[in-house]
Design a protein around this ligand. Structure first.
Ligand SMILES: [Zn+2]
Length: 168
C-alpha cells in the first residue's frame, strides 16, 4: 500500500484561508488564479446621442441616450454566448425528470432563435439621462434595449409620459 503523501501544513492560527496543501489542491488553485487571456471587448464604447425630450407642457429639453454598437465580430460573439447559455441550460435540464420533455427541445430551439436574433442586433440602448421638461427633475430614464425612435419614457418624479425623439 502506498504511503499517504505528507500534505498537512504547519498549523497557522492566523491563516485566513482553510489550509489545503495537498499537491492536487495546490495545482487546481494555482490554475484558478491564472489570469485569463485578454478577450477582445464585447462591445465598442457606448456612444452618446443627443435627443429631444418633450412632455405635455414646458419647453422640450435635450437628453442623452447611450447607445452601444456591435461590429460583425462582436455580434457573432454575443450570438455564440447566447446560444451557449441556452444550450448549457438544455444540458442541465436533461437531468430533470418529466420536465425535460418540454425543457430540452425548448432550450434547443430558443437557443437557435436567440443566436440569429443577436446576430442581427447592431445597436442596443444602454441608458438615457435628462431633465424632465414638465417638472424639471434630472434623472436616468428607464428604456427598453431596442433602439427605436421616438421612444416613450416616464418621469420618475411626476410620472408623466415623455417622448425621446431626434432633435427637430
Ligand atoms: Zn417630471
Amino acid at each position: 500500500m502506498a504511503a499517504q503523501p505528507k500534505c498537512l501544513p504547519p498549523l497557522d492560527l492566523g491563516a485566513v484561508e482553510p489550509p489545503s496543501a495537498c499537491a492536487v489542491h495546490r495545482r487546481v488553485r494555482s490554475h484558478d488564479r491564472e489570469t485569463p487571456p485578454a478577450e477582445p471587448p464585447s462591445e465598442s464604447p457606448a456612444a452618446l446621442r443627443v435627443l429631444q425630450l418633450s412632455g405635455y407642457h414646458g419647453q422640450p429639453t435635450s437628453a442623452g441616450l447611450l447607445v452601444a454598437r456591435f461590429d460583425a465580430g462582436q455580434r457573432m460573439r454575443r450570438a455564440v454566448k447566447g446560444l451557449a447559455g441556452f444550450w448549457g441550460a438544455m444540458v442541465v435540464s436533461v437531468f430533470l425528470p418529466v420536465a425535460h420533455f418540454v425543457l430540452v427541445p425548448s432550450f434547443f430551439f430558443f437557443g437557435i432563435y436567440q443566436f440569429f436574433k443577436r446576430l442581427r442586433v447592431s445597436e442596443l440602448v444602454r441608458g438615457a439621462h435628462g431633465v424632465c421638461p414638465d417638472c424639471g427633475a434630472e434623472q436616468d430614464f428607464e428604456t427598453g434595449a431596442r433602439l427605436a425612435l421616438p421612444m416613450s419614457v416616464r418621469c420618475a418624479k411626476c410620472h408623466r409620459g415623455l417622448t425621446l425623439a431626434e432633435v427637430a
